[in-house]
Design a protein. Structure first.
Length: 388
């Protein structure tokens, strides 16, 4: 499949010489997102005091349908939105009655959970067991074994690990352990959603799934979402007033909640990210592009870059350890992660050479997407050879 630079003409024209290989970090926004942002402004002023009727009547249902379709969920009503996944995580954990909360996770989770979990431990509000990612060859088995050992209220794990790009392949085994009485299973899908085809139909009734639009959904900040299975956490303690609109349930005289995923709603928020997300999804539909198509395009570019690095065409990058090599498997990240002590310095040198990548500790990551083509990869290879 060819690149679709035409869909990103505005972003690419702002810095024509830049090589942006950080699609996994801050994905460039397509032109459709600009149109979505404008539409948000126009409709906010056109409908004014009636705006929220439009938002909850049309904008949110459309976004819910896009998420449900992408993940093959049984109903879009299980999907709720928030400005970030941290807000949604707090609402889930607030609903656990046992204190301290007993959590099973890993030493490779994103900072939204890592930092909060450490603070919960300091405050005596959680006891966290972290299974090391290394050695990754045995990680899946070790994590599932720990989960089967029991004694946890919450299990949280990434679908794709943000630092290394390695993937977890046994969600179904964890879902079999989930129960409304505990443990609850939370999957951080931020590096999986729209990076690779994800079908949750077999486990949707037993897992929470968190993700957002900042990366592969190409919609920017502020459009994070939660899929919440029925029967799990019916009354989160951290709750916003939007959660009391709709079909309500709860104890007589007590705080009432929506009976669908809307029980996790917060309060008033900026809805323009939802407009961007809807516009991007409509763009993809009109172009006939599914996640599998975009992923295949990215993987073809990744394969060329991986081959060049292995063959010594990309300078000193050949001396780094490729943590997540492209092996042809269907489930994988949309970036290549190389570990080396000089990774931070390499990022700076590439930045000076007009190449955008990103670094996590000693790992430099190269992300691929629709707005890159084969010529861009050849330019990247040459830039690595010169700069590194």
């Amino acid at each position: 499949m060819a690149a679709h630079k035409d869909l990103f003409s505005r972003a690419l024209s702002l810095d024509p010489e830049r090589l942006h290989f950080a699609a996994h970090s801050h994905h460039l926004w397509p032109d459709a997102s600009f149109d979505g942002q404008l539409r948000a402004w126009v409709e906010a002023n056109q409908f004014a005091d009636r705006k929220w009727e439009l938002i909850f009547g049309e904008v949110i249902p459309e976004a819910q349908a896009h998420v449900a379709g992408e993940l093959n969920l049984p109903s879009p009503d299980t999907v709720v939105f928030a400005p970030n996944t941290h807000d949604l995580l707090l609402r889930i954990v607030s609903g656990l009655e046992r204190k301290p909360v007993r959590i099973l996770s890993t030493d490779g989770e994103f900072h939204s959970f890592r930092r909060q979990a450490q603070r919960w431990e300091e405050a005596g509000e959680a006891v966290v067991t972290r299974v090391p990612l290394h050695p990754f060859e045995t990680f899946d088995d070790r994590f599932v074994e720990a989960a089967r050992g029991g004694g946890f209220d919450l299990i949280l794990i990434s679908q794709v690990f943000f630092r290394t790009g390695q993937t977890f392949g046994r969600i179904a085994d964890l879902a079999a352990l989930a129960d409304p009485a505990g443990p609850w299973l939370v999957i951080d899908g931020y590096h999986g959603f729209m990076a690779q085809p994800t079908d949750l139909s077999a486990v949707a009734d037993r897992i929470f799934y968190l993700a957002g639009g900042y990366k592969y959904a190409m919609a920017g900040e502020g459009v994070c979402f939660l899929h919440a299975p029925d029967g799990y956490c019916p009354r989160p303690v951290v709750t916003g007033w939007f959660a009391e609109f709709g079909d309500l349930s709860g104890p007589p005289g007590g705080v009432q909640y929506r009976s669908d995923g809307g029980r996790f709603w917060g309060a008033t928020f900026d809805v323009s990210p939802l407009y961007r997300f809807n516009a991007v999804r409509r763009m993809l539909d009109e172009a006939g592009l599914a996640t599998a198509d975009v992923s295949a395009h990215a993987q073809s570019l990744m394969a060329r870059f991986q081959t060049a690095v292995a063959g010594g065409e990309a300078g000193r990058l050949t001396s780094a350890e490729l943590i997540n090599p492209l092996t042809g498997e269907a489930r994988r990240a949309r970036f290549l992660a190389f570990r080396h002590d000089d990774a931070p310095a390499w990022k700076s040198r590439l930045q000076d050479a007009g190449v955008v990548t990103d670094v996590r500790d000693d790992v430099i990551r190269f992300g691929f997407g629709l707005y890159q083509d084969a010529d861009d990869v050849e330019r990247l290879i040459a830039a690595c050879k010169r700069a590194l």
